[in-house]
Each structure stands twice: as C-alpha cells, then as structure tokens.
Design a protein around this ligand. Structure first.
Ligand SMILES: Cc1cc2nc3c(=O)[nH]c(=O)nc-3n(C[C@H](O)[C@H](O)[C@H](O)COP(=O)(O)O)c2cc1C
Length: 193
C-alpha cells in the first residue's frame, strides 16, 4: 500500500492522477449550453454529482483553460443562467469523448460530431437527441474555488426527461475511470438490508 502525504509531495501532478484514479467510477455530465449568439456547445464533465434532493441540486466542477480563460460551458452558463445535463450511454461514448476537444467558441461540436438536438421541456437550451435521460438545470450559484480558481457550478434541476426503464436498470450507462479509461454498466447487484 502506497501512502502520499499531500503537504510533503513535490510532484503535484501526482495529486491529479490520484484524484482521477481513486475517485471512481465517476458519473459524466454531458452538458449542452447556448452561447449569447445562439451556438450550441457540448462538453463532458466528470467532477459531477447530485448534492440535495430538496431542492434537486447538482454540482459540476469546471476548470479553466491552460491560458486561464473560461471554458465555453462556464461562459455560456454565466451568460444564459441555464444548462442541460445529458446522460451518456454506450452508443454515445465516442462522440462524448470527441466533444471534449478544444473547439473555438464560434464552432459548434454539434455539427462537427453530427449530433442531433431536440428541444428541452422547460429551457431554451436544447438537449441531445437519443440520450436516455437529460436534466434541465437553471443556474443556482457559482462558487469560485481552488488555486486557479475554477468554477463550482451548482444547478437546480427544473425538468427531468428520462426513459422509465432507467428506474429499474442503469445498464449501458458510461462512467469515467482514471487515465483515458471508461466503464459501462453491465453487471448490477440488488441488495437490501
Ligand atoms: C469524460 C471527460 C470528463 C471531463 N471532466 C471534466 C471536468 O470535470 N472538469 C473540467 O473542467 N473538464 C473536464 N473535462 C474536459 C472538458 O470536457 C474539456 O475541457 C472541454 O474542451 C470543455 O469544453 P468547452 O470549452 O466547450 O466547455 C472532461 C473531459 C472528458 C472526456
């Protein structure tokens, strides 16, 4: 068993590696946002989770680009006050990964990756067509945190769109592991007290 005391660590890069490899599997928020000009942006985020159910709050941690500028997702959420979290299942694994490439703000990942969109139930921001669930969120709060600092975006879910089958099984849902590894749910165990 290796032990790392963060204060004594010289190679700070190891911290990211440990965070990414030891906090697993992580859910993936595949986020659609709208720019001021109406361009749809798509990008994945795995530092993501639910926070409370009353009200239904979720959090997504969005870092800065290497040059210190805001990622398109952060900028759009700040400008429009809303975003949609699309659930990633096996059939969307490849486009989800490709949507993490650095596209310039005026270029939409939607056209580049031949994704189709459909209108959301409550929000102006569209969701990705064919996904098994999407959570429509209004911006609740942004907390700037950390040394960079990055954006801890808290959203309040205002509408859930979902395939009812998901309430019985998560088969096919994709999670993020360390490095460039992913997992696909194919083995569920039900245990009660
Ligand atoms: C599976 C996956 C998970 C990711 N998770 C995060 C994350 O939690 N926070 C983050 O800042 N970037 C994360 N990224 C990187 C962003 O997707 C990437 O920076 C993207 O270009 C941001 O796009 P945008 O500028 O259109 O918002 C992740 C990438 C992948 C492939």
């Amino acid at each position: 068993m290796e032990k790392v005391i963060v204060e004594q660590l010289e190679d700070k890069k190891l911290i990211s590696q440990l965070m990414f490899s030891l906090i697993v599997p992580r859910p993936i928020a595949w986020i659609t946002t709208l720019s001021k000009e109406g361009i749809v942006n798509v990008a994945p985020f795995s530092f993501y989770n639910g926070i409370t159910t009353k009200p239904p709050l979720v959090m997504v941690s969005i870092g800065k680009r290497k040059d210190g500028s805001l990622k398109d997702t952060s900028r759009n959420i700040r400008e429009r006050g809303e975003f949609v979290i699309n659930l990633v299942t096996e059939e969307f694994l490849e486009p989800m990964v490709k949507s993490s490439a650095d596209y310039p703000p005026h270029e939409s990942e939607v056209e580049a990756l031949s994704l189709e969109l459909e209108p959301s139930t409550v929000l102006e921001t569209p969701r990705i067509k064919g996904v098994k669930a999407s959570l429509e969120c209004k911006l609740y709060k942004i907390i700037e945190i950390g040394e960079t600092p990055m954006d801890l975006v808290i959203g309040k879910v205002v509408a859930f769109n979902f395939e009812p089958q998901l309430l019985q099984s998560s088969k096919g849902v994709v999670g993020r592991l360390g490095g460039k590894r992913y997992t696909i749910v194919d083995n569920e165990i039900e245990i009660s007290l």
